[in-house]
Design a protein around this ligand. Structure first.
Ligand SMILES: *[C@@H]1O[C@H](CO)[C@@H](O)[C@H](O)[C@H]1NC(C)=O
Ligand SMILES: *[C@@H]1O[C@H](CO)[C@@H](O)[C@H](O)[C@H]1NC(C)=O
Ligand SMILES: *[C@@H]1O[C@H](CO)[C@@H](O)[C@H](O)[C@H]1NC(C)=O
Ligand SMILES: *[C@@H]1O[C@H](CO)[C@@H](O)[C@H](O)[C@H]1NC(C)=O
Ligand SMILES: *[C@@H]1O[C@H](CO)[C@@H](O)[C@H](O)[C@H]1NC(C)=O
Ligand SMILES: *[C@@H]1O[C@H](CO)[C@@H](O)[C@H](O)[C@H]1NC(C)=O
Ligand SMILES: *[C@@H]1O[C@H](CO)[C@@H](O)[C@H](O)[C@H]1NC(C)=O
Ligand SMILES: *[C@@H]1O[C@H](CO)[C@@H](O)[C@H](O)[C@H]1NC(C)=O
Length: 334
């Protein structure tokens, strides 16, 4: 073979290598390190085998087709152990979803705070414990955060409100304590959905939250007390308000309702008094209403014009209030 042809072939091969025809080698070795960090690597992630294919074809992996960098990692139903720090060696990761791994335990490692390209972080339905870490605030591109159904404890870090892009925060079904941070009245971008139900959160809702137009407020089954009127402002565009099963105690007569957005309203099982404002019937998109098990009084508004319900709400929406009256409960005494 002539030397020039040889160097041409070498050049071609080198060219292919540099253009990166396969999975990025550094990402592939990070993934293998991730897999091998578990105590039983022979039993999990079976398609992650470099002798069969490169990481673009491995289960749960998505690569950018131009750069061949790993941008998404999703694993369910198999991880046994703690979240490996090797995950930090995937610098282009945008989506990390480790869901429904009942044997995934331990804390959220600081390595997660290095994944600055993340837009979506879901570690739900595992058995992760320890705190909701402060360092999540480093993930400036994050818009979706779901840590629900774990054993997280401690307080909600105020720094989560520094996330400029965040649209969903779901910390429900953990063992979190303490209040909603005051800083949650100061998200820099649009207010996110706030899903904090089934924890042990307590205290008053900070008045700063009246600044925010949350699309969903689901804080049921906690130990909150005091006032929640900041959520009931007719100028907002909230779709779901569920404050049920807390210790809220305030006069509901002054509540306002989002007439063009509110779909679900549940204030049941609190100590809320006053009457149901007649302006509630302006909320024409309402599909679910529950004010039962409170201390409400007075006539139930009757002038409904519900767009997505053929029937008005039945008596189970209203029961166990000492003096609510009128249809569908017994008539008011004259
Ligand atoms: C893949 O990477 C290229 C170059 O960085 C970028 O322009 C493109 O938007 C990326 N595609 C996806 C799906 O992320
Ligand atoms: C998880 O790994 C441990 C070894 O660390 C092993 O004893 C246990 O059986 C494994 N459980 C499952 C569900 O794989
Ligand atoms: C957490 O582990 C317990 C057993 O210790 C198990 O019963 C439970 O289902 C696990 N939780 C989740 C969300 O998988
Ligand atoms: C968070 O994850 C749980 C469990 O996987 C799911 O039920 C819930 O809908 C998710 N939350 C959001 C806001 O998508
Ligand atoms: C109601 O919400 C609007 C828009 O978010 C806000 O400007 C206004 O101050 C709020 N009113 C009260 C009483 O909080
Ligand atoms: C609740 O507020 C309304 C309107 O401000 C007022 O008329 C009413 O007396 C209050 N009810 C109670 C029980 O304090
Ligand atoms: C609710 O309505 C059902 C029938 O629709 C009736 O049997 C029941 O007694 C009512 N309960 C109350 C508390 O009014
Ligand atoms: C309202 O909540 C009560 C108490 O949790 C429940 O028994 C009832 O079925 C609910 N009604 C509706 C319409 O959601």
């Amino acid at each position: 073979m002539r030397p020039s042809l040889l160097s041409f072939i070498v050049f071609l091969c080198l060219g292919f290598f540099l253009v990166g025809e396969g999975c990025n080698p550094s990402d592939q070795s990070a993934l293998l390190k991730f897999k091998n960090s578990f105590p039983n690597p022979d039993q999990i992630l079976l398609s992650w085998d470099p002798s069969i294919s490169d990481c673009r074809n491995w289960g749960g992996i998505e690569c950018n087709e131009t750069t061949n960098r790993v941008i998404s990692l999703e694993v369910s139903n198999q991880l046994n152990g703690t979240i490996p720090s090797a995950v930090a060696d995937l610098p282009y990761l945008q989506t990390l979803r480790l869901r429904k791994n009942p044997y995934l335990v331990g804390e959220i490692p600081p390595a997660i705070g290095k994944l600055v390209s993340l837009v979506s972080l879901e570690l739900s339905w595992n058995n992760i414990s320890g705190p909701v870490p402060q360092f999540l605030a480093n993930l400036k591109n994050l818009w979706f955060l779901n840590l629900s159904f774990n054993k997280l404890s401690g307080t909600i870090p105020a720094s989560l409100s520094f996330l400029p892009q965040i649209l969903e925060i779901d910390l429900s079904r953990n063992q979190l304590t303490g209040p909603i941070p005051d800083s949650f009245g100061h998200f820099p971008g649009n207010a996110p959905s706030l899903i904090l139900s089934h924890n042990k959160l307590s205290g008053q809702i900070p008045t700063s939250l009246s600044n925010m137009d949350f699309s969903r407020v689901v804080i049921s089954r906690n130990e909150f007390s005091g006032d929640a009127l900041m959520f009931f402002n007719a100028s907002k565009t909230t779709e779901i308000i569920d404050i049920s099963r807390n210790n809220f105690a305030f006069n509901f007569s002054r509540a306002g309702f989002m007439h063009e957005t509110l779909v679900t309203l549940d204030i049941s099982h609190n100590k809320i008094w006053g009457s149901i404002p007649s302006s509630i019937t302006d909320a024409i998109l309402l599909q679910n209403l529950n004010v039962s098990y409170n201390r409400l009084c007075g006539k139930i508004p009757s002038d409904w014009n519900l767009k997505y319900r053929s029937q008005p709400f039945d008596n189970s929406s209203y029961v166990h209030n000492p003096c609510l009256c009128g249809s569908p409960l017994p008539p008011c005494k004259p």
